[in-house]
Structure formats: C-alpha cells, structure tokens
Design a protein around this ligand. Sequence first.
Ligand code: BES
Ligand code: ZN
Ligand code: ZN
Length: 503
Amino acid sequence: MKIQAVQTTLRQLRTDAVALFVPEDKKLFDAEMTRLKKIFGNTLDDIVRLENFHGKESETISFLSHKKIPAQRVYLAGVGKVDKISPEQFRRSAASVAKHALSMKLKEVSFRVATSGLENSKITFEDIGKSVTEGAVLSLYTFDKYLTEKKNERSSIKSLTLFDSQAEKVKSLKNIVNKTRIICEGTILARNLANAPANEIYPETLAEAARASADKYGYSAVIWDKKKIEKEGFGGLLAVNAGSARPPRFIILEYNQGQKNLDTIVLIGKGITFDSGGISIKPSTGMAEMKMDMSGAAAVIGTMESAARLSIPLHIVGLIPSTENLPSGSAMKPGDIIRHYGGKTSEVDNTDAEGRLILADALVYATQYNPAAIIDLATLTGACVVALGSHATGMMGNDDGIMKQLTAAGDSTYERVWQLPLFEEYEKQIKSDIADVKNVGGRWAGAITAALFLKKFLPKNKEYKWVHLDIAGTAMLEDALPYTPKGGSGVGVRLLIEFLQNW
Ligand code: BES
Ligand code: ZN
Ligand code: ZN
C-alpha cells in the first residue's frame, strides 16, 4: 500500500474516496455544512438528515460526489465534541472509513487533515496526521497468507493519501506520515509473528525472523544455539525446553551498539512459541491461542526494527529467550528444581508457569549492560486477563518514574497500561522451603506473584530500574477492536516507541 502526503484541495484531488472530519459541536458542525453545501448543493442537508449524521464520534456516512469534485465518493467522519477530542477519535474514524472503503472495493482513500474548528482543542495538526495514518493502516491489516481460495476476488486498498492545501503543513505531514508508517510496520511485523502458527514460527524461525530484520535495518543480532545456552547456564530456558523436540534459542538484538554516550534500555520479550502447559497440561479448549505466547518477543522485534528505522538516539538491547513448552518423557516435571543463570534456584510447582522461568535467566543477563531501564513484555498470566481484560496491559515494577513515562506513552498511543502493586506481603505466596523461590503463588493475585518471581532475580549489587508489562490480555484478542482485528494485536510496539522517543 502506498501512503503519501500531498498538497492539494478538495476541488482538485482525484481519488476514489475522500474523507472529511466533522466535529459534533453545533456551531462548528453547521459552519462545516455551510462550506460543504457550496460544493455539493443543498441536497447535502437531506443526506445528512436522512442518515442521521451529527458528527458524533465513530459516526460515518458516505455519498457520491456526482462530479461536483473529482473524488468519486465523499465520507463524512464524525470526531465528537471538540473539548473531548483525542487522537483515538481520529484513529477510529479513519479506521471506519478505511474499512468501509475496502468493503466497497475502492482502491484509493484520501483524508483531509484539516483542523478548521479544532483550533481550540488540544489536538494538533501533527496528532491528526499521525492518528489518521495509524487508524487507516492498522485497521486494514489481515492475516491472509494461508488463504489460497478466492485470492483474486479479495479487495485491497492500494493507496492512502493525506492532504492539506498549505505547502508548509504538507512538508511536516510528509515527515509524520513516514515516521508513522515505520511504527505501523513494526506493529504489523509483531502481529504477523504472533499470528503465524507454531509449525511456522518456532525458536529457530523466530530467531531467523529477528536476524532478517536486523540485517535489513542495520542493527545487530546474535543468536545462541542450545550448546551456547547450556554453556552459559540458562537453566530456566533449558528446563522449559526439555520436553520439546525443537531446540531453544536466545536472541540478542542491539541497536547503537558500542555508543558509550547513549543511555542503554534493555527490552526483554517472552518467546514461548507454543505453550501447551507442559506436564501441567492446559485444557484443549483455547490451547491453539497459545501459539501467540511469543507476543512479547514479537513486540520486542517490532520495536527494535522501528527504533532502528527511526534512528532513535538510544542504545537499545532486545533479549528474547525462546522455546516451546511441551510435555514428553524428557519434559520438566512438577517438583523439579532449576538453577538459573546467575545461580538462583527455583522450585517448579506447575510447569505451565513457564514464562517466568525463561524470563528469569534473561533478566539476570540484562543487568550486565548496566541499563538505565529494563522493561520486559510477556503474555505471562491468565490472572492479568481476569483483572484487566483486553483494554489495559498490567504494569508492575520498582521505578515510579519509568512507570509514569510508560503510563503517559500508553495514554497517548491508547496502548494503555495499568499499574498493579508489588506489596511485599504477597511475597510469602512464592516462598519455597527447598529453593530460593517457587514458580507459582496460589490462586490469588496471580499477575502480582508472577511479577514478584521476576523481581527476585534482579541482582542486589545495584538498584536496577525494572518494569514488567503483562500483555496476556492485550496481545491476543478474542474480539476485534476498532483498528485491530482479532488475534495478535502487535501491542507494545507503539507503546515502547513512544516511550523511547520521549526518553
Ligand atoms: N501463557 C500463559 C498465560 C496466558 C493465559 C496468556 C491466558 C494468555 C492468555 C502462562 O504461561 C500460563 O500458563 N500461566 C498460568 C500460570 C499459573 C499456572 C500460575 C496461568 O495464568 O494460568
Ligand atoms: Zn504456561
Ligand atoms: Zn505461557
């Protein structure tokens, strides 16, 4: 799909469909209608009345231009009341226009990035350009590579245009559209990796995908095979891998490597390419979704790729421990004790709490980079889904400043995060009599006890700043959201890029 910013006007633009944003406030709404009636005539009143269009958020109508302008079809897209307007309204409006245009088999859609009437709102021209691009591009995503039938009949939008009449605004719009496209492509990469079945994406191929991205966009990828993982003593990763016929991988990605003047941020992603539960096997209903248990890893790869393409001035390290979690005669068993990288031990009470076991090794490994922040992303607990559903990522950590930054990034990207507490009273739930820690903490507060397990592995030699993001509910969607189809959402990429850009 071609995405472009163009200097033009409604009276000049040649396109299949053009979308105009309309605020709900009566005065602004009427003023816009008066302007539009000069082009489309008084019948516009009838159309708007007949379709019951008021400019409310997510309301869209369309009509044929009857050659009054070169564009064939016109969309009016409501964005709600000006004092409530936010980028999210524009993402949703653009998404609903784009999806409708696709269903009409149109090939080109154009959006007018006008701010007339919005001068008094908090939203800027740049915000609108960015969110319209995001809403349109992300809503048109489909995972259709395995659909072999009716391939030619499926429609697709070939070109997306954002336009304004002023040259200097279009100059900045071009820049915004390009940057936003890069971030959306990172998100789409993460979605594709998550949606790929576990017979396509397993540790070796996940590592290859990361390497391909690194080679293409100029960051480094070092991939450890099983022998190296054994040599380094990643006991958690090896224990979870013990039941699998496929070997594990540890993936180390690095951007701006060796630039000593830059702050280092380490991102860790859970890379379980299929989670059957292991010997503590999961029920078969819903098990197929567990091909997406590498969504944290996918988000880290998508973020590394976008960060490199955007030349973000930070030393960014991405660490991905990756394995399947399967039962077999050689599998890890309940009661086993593991020695992790760095020497701490854990008692396995439930082999389905495997994510924390592989993340523990990576967390200890992360500290050698002397990072300014460590952020891990993991589809870690069902308990987090129970607590927050699919509209907020669970956030826990030991540094309020970084959590505040992530909260702000979550609000502006709408990949929202919500903090849960790490009160020390919860710690006794994961106490073990025979190892340093136990991998499950009983029925209650499961998202918190999982995070406390991870926290246990931060070395005490220094106060490492660490934040854990439990994306179990936000990364794998049962139902579609306005610009996110069901399945892998790619959550984390837009959030982390926003966070890194504001660092
Ligand atoms: N990958 C799952 C968590 C999960 C559940 C992600 C549902 C997305 C949707 C994780 O490895 C797991 O199985 N966790 C267990 C932990 C329990 C055994 C303490 C869980 O949440 O049930
Ligand atoms: Zn599990
Ligand atoms: Zn898991």
